[in-house]
Design a protein around this ligand. Structure first.
Ligand code: UDP
Length: 326
């Protein structure tokens, strides 16, 4: 099935890969992005494609959102303030973008009866130490005085809004929780660890490992995330529900740093940086974050299989190209 698709945050890291894939699959695709953290460079190669249109604008512009959604069949809502660092640095704007932006999209989708996918995050689980997390597991959050948890909270509001729009207005809405997605085009500017490490290694700088580096994550390849999202949007069984979208290899951050140094052949060393120096006082990190993806696999038959080595290699290759291009 194809038709018209709208991707909010379409010039961002994940959004631009999604746009590529939708256009390739035959969808007439509109990307809307305010270019605050997204980049024109991510979608420039599509500008001559008759199936693609770029609109520079914000999801906070309710009229624009209403117009764009009225002209589409499906919506992928990816536009958001992302990354813990950005949220800690600019909490007010981040909350407004995440909550009001999603409200605008859901309201417009309900009016038009357009199917919508809302992107959420593994931050939803907070500092719950158990895992792998299942979608219905408890959320464990710290105090509202700790800014880190505002991201989790804003995304929880987004999720609940999507569920109640589905329940009360029969809006076909699907929610996905992404776990440390990585791959080409991801920027290290907003804290994301893998492009930061690769950039540091390529420049011969020390790799900044926060805390003792024993915290672990499972990284998910961006192309796998997109495949999972498109499969979820293609089945009515996913409507009104939420899905973890995640890869399976778990690594400590210190191990990741060592892997990046080895794979880039860099002479960089590792430098341990206390959390307080990066995020300010009172910061709480999650020591571990693993997903149970049984539900995604049951509903779509799809599993995110790309391994960590391949993901790291793709980021190295991309950043080398960018460096060469100057
Ligand atoms: N991290 C790090 N050095 C960096 C950036 C991040 O050690 O330069 C750590 C961060 O503290 C976290 C993990 O890497 O434990 C993943 O961070 P990221 O911001 O990529 O994603 P998060 O899992 O926090 O959403």
């Amino acid at each position: 099935m194809t038709g018209r698709a709208l991707v909010t945050g379409g010039a961002g890291f994940i959004g631009s890969h999604l746009v590529d894939r939708l256009v390739e699959a035959g969808w007439r695709t509109v990307a809307v992005d305010d270019l605050s953290t997204g980049s024109y460079r991510n979608i420039r190669h599509l500008l001559d494609n008759p199936k693609f249109e770029f609109v520079q604008g914000s999801v906070l512009d309710r009229d624009l959102v209403g117009r764009l959604v009225s002209e589409t069949d499906v919506v992928y809502h990816l536009a958001a303030a992302v990354g813990v660092q950005l949220i800690v640095d600019r909490p007010l704007q981040s909350m407004i973008t995440n909550i009001r932006g999603t409200e605008n999209l859901l309201e417009a989708a309900a009016t038009r009866r357009a199917k919508i996918l809302v992107c959420s995050t593994s931050e939803i689980y907070g500092k719950n130490q158990n895992g792998p997390f299942k979608e219905d597991d408890d959320r464990v959050l710290g105090s509202t005085r700790k800014l880190r948890w505002s991201y989790s909270t804003s995304k929880a509001v987004d999720e609940i809004l999507a569920f109640v729009y589905h329940r009360e207005l029969r809006l076909p809405a699907v929610v996905v929780r992404l776990f440390n997605t990585a791959g080409p085009r991801q920027s290290g500017h907003y804290g994301m660890v893998l492009p930061r490490f690769v950039g540091q290694a390529l420049r011969g700088e020390a790799l900044t490992v926060y805390g003792d580096g024993m915290q672990s994550r499972s990284f998910t390849y961006v192309a796998d995330v997109i495949e999972a999202m498109m499969k979820l949007m293609a089945t009515s069984e996913a409507e009104g529900d939420v899905f973890n979208v995640a890869g399976h290899g778990e690594t400590t951050i210190l191990n990741l740093a060592e892997m990046v140094i080895e794979m880039t052949g860099s002479s960089s060393s590792v430098s341990f940086v206390p959390y307080d120096e990066v995020y300010g006082d009172n910061f709480e990190d999650m020591s571990r974050r693993l997903a149970d993806t049984t539900k995604l696999e049951r509903v779509t038959g799809y599993r995110c299989e790309t391994g960590l080595k391949e993901i790291v290699a793709s980021v190295i290759e991309h950043l080398q190209e960018v460096q060469l291009a100057g």
